[in-house]
Ligand binder design. Sequence first.
Ligand SMILES: O=C(O)/C=C/C(=O)CC(=O)CC(=O)O
Length: 217
Amino acid sequence: MARMATETRAILYGFWLSSCSWRVRAALHLKDISYVERSVDIVNKRSQLTDEYRVINPSQKVPALIIDGATIIESMAILQYLEDTRPKPSLMPRTPILRARMREICETVVSGIQPLQNVGLLSHFDSTDQYKNFTKYWTERGLYSLEDLLQKSSGQFCIENQLSMADLCLVPQLYNAVTRHKLSLDKFPTISKVYETLLEEKTFSETHPENIKQKDM
Ligand SMILES: O=C(O)/C=C/C(=O)CC(=O)CC(=O)O
């Protein structure tokens, strides 16, 4: 905790494998906010469950962001705070209907997919296969919705040609779907196209979990 008091940059408590941490990491990068990341191993050490971390985040999850003298938890609350306090470049599309389209995509990922494939669920199933079938079912259902949504709204990115919160939610979830859950995107051509384009963007390539993993080791 003593280190917190002397650190002038924002502090992101996250984990390389955490999709919600990647959303925030990408926003910090896009908005060029100086920060340092502290790793909370949510998989092997289960460090999120310690009393020390609970002081930082009572939900005992990542991410948490310390910025402007405040601690903010929950990735979507963090993204909105960053947008409100550092509006340029904006993570919000320019019209109400495009912002509604963006929120449809965010909700589909944040409520409809992510919590139903969280690694923390594994211990609540009788077998790993049961967990895998469950996560595959809900992730694929979400991907079918996202394919339809992106057919309506996408340009090179989720919402036309401007990076938005929808992209920050989409990319980490697709990384999980493809890399962790071994799902194919063959049935989702619009998602695949947008995903490939987004992975080339520095916002995602420079905040990619594989880079963060190296720093953690
Ligand atoms: O399941 C837990 O105990 C903790 C999970 C997290 O901290 C991360 C999370 O919920 C979502 C993610 O993968 O980013």
